[in-house]
Design a protein. Structure first.
Length: 415
């Protein structure tokens, strides 16, 4: 068994990261969208002018495609200068940072980036980390492609730990987003290595795919905490494969399970519906709440338990955020019971989608939810909380509905 070589915490990720990554937009366009420095600057400008930056979307990240295939004579990765002429000088990062953003980049723990196009970091962790730091990088997404067979046999922990140590050794705070796809159950070990870890394979802009990734991720709710977060992949909101209600569902569920909120659509051409979903300050406040406890499935309701679900999680001050999620094909009435959310007494109920107070309720919240849509409420106790935040968070640990949702179990059931 490979032992985990612990990396030192970097102090980042006290709440889930928020920002932008172009990858899903690239897929949605059939890869005809090939971002460059001009489009990255335009994206940053749109994040600012739309008000999204002010709401917390501050990371502007590159994904695969920024690099030349070969390293330079000193062994360093090289940007494609025709597309990113100011990357290696640090001017691109410097401009973004002067505008109030942070700059992120992409690499891979194997020998090549996913899809080729750039050299992976395997065996080059120290020089790559130093190079990224010199460019002003604030965020690294580190993928899992093109891993040699001998490294696959050893497992991913040494590869990701090596890059984690190298990043921390630079002295520059760099958020480390581990993209291992959940193959080795990274939630169980990655908090010592990275600030976020993918719990799943890549998301697709499809209802069923989004639902499955949410299910797979909530299995690991106990492992998310300030400094390290479960990551079911990027937001598809705005890319056209789902309805407005379905995109609202993704934003709500990603918020309550404390997933990274990384926009991956063309923010320079957002519809009003897309902007309204992404800019919902009340959902963002749930995601960024300082208690830092991930929500999960807490209740299934008749008449169709797999369709009528309540997902919930604790918030600071003894509050609760609850998502009534209708995964069925018809409108349904939901009863979100307080006791299933570790809550007792009366609560002031706030509708985080409609942005209005629903009054004081006792015992449960009853609401009608449209097909493939959500209602999101925040419960605030009418009296002072019985416990402080630490005790409130501890009360939620180990509570919730568990299923054998891991990929290994699912694949076995389909064999």
């Amino acid at each position: 068994m490979t032992m985990l070589a612990l990396s030192e915490p970097n102090g980042l990720g006290r709440t889930p990261p928020m920002g932008y990554n172009p990858y899903n937009h690239m897929k949605a366009s059939g890869y005809t969208f090939n971002p460059n420095e001009t489009t990255i600057r335009a994206t940053a400008a749109a994040l600012k002018s739309s008000g999204l930056q002010a709401l917390g979307y501050t990371y502007v990240n590159l994904d695969a495609g920024w690099s030349l295939p070969a390293r330079d004579a000193q062994g360093r990765p090289q940007p494609n200068a025709s597309r990113y002429p100011n990357l290696a000088s640090g001017k691109l990062a410097g401009w973004l940072q002067s505008e109030g953003f942070k700059f992120g980049i992409y690499s891979d723990s194997g020998t090549l980036h996913c899809g080729g196009g750039g050299p992976g970091g395997l065996g080059h962790e120290e020089i790559d980390a130093k190079t990224y730091a010199s460019w002003g990088v604030d965020f690294l997404k580190y993928d899992n492609c093109n891993v040699p067979a001998n490294e696959t046999a050893v497992g991913p922990i040494p590869r990701y730990t090596a890059m984690s140590k190298a990043l921390n050794a630079t002295g520059r705070p760099i958020f480390f987003a581990m993209c291992e796809w959940g193959d080795a159950d990274p939630a169980t070990w990655d908090a010592a290595v990275a600030n976020s870890w993918r719990t799943t394979g890549d998301i697709s802009d499809l209802w069923w795919a989004m639902v499955e990734l949410a299910d797979l991720t909530q299995e690991w709710f106990e492992f998310a905490a300030p400094g390290g977060w479960n990551d079911p992949d990027l937001l598809e909101v705005g890319n056209g494969g789902m309805t407005t209600a379905e995109y609202r569902s993704q934003m709500a569920i990603w918020s309550v399970i404390k997933a990274p909120l990384l926009i991956s659509t063309d923010v320079t051409k957002m519809s009003a519906d897309t902007l309204a979903i992404l800019s919902n300050a009340e959902l963002i406040a749930i995601n960024q709440d300082t208690l830092g406890v991930a929500g999960r499935l807490v209740e299934e309701r008749p008449p169709d338990p797999t369709a009528c679900q309540v997902w919930a999680g604790p918030l600071s001050g003894g509050r609760v955020a609850a998502v009534m999620w209708n995964r069925g094909n018809a409108s349904a009435t939901f009863f979100a019971r307080f006791y299933s959310m570790q809550f007792s007494g009366k609560a002031k109920v706030r509708d985080a989608i409609a942005h209005k107070d629903l009054g004081t309720m006792d015992g449960q919240v009853e609401l009608t939810v449209a097909s493939h849509d959500v209602r999101v409420v925040v419960l605030t106790p009418t009296e002072a909380p019985a416990a402080d935040d630490a005790a409130w968070a501890a009360k939620w640990k180990g509570q919730g509905i568990r299923y054998p949702l891991s990929r290994k179990v699912r694949e076995a059931s389909r064999a």
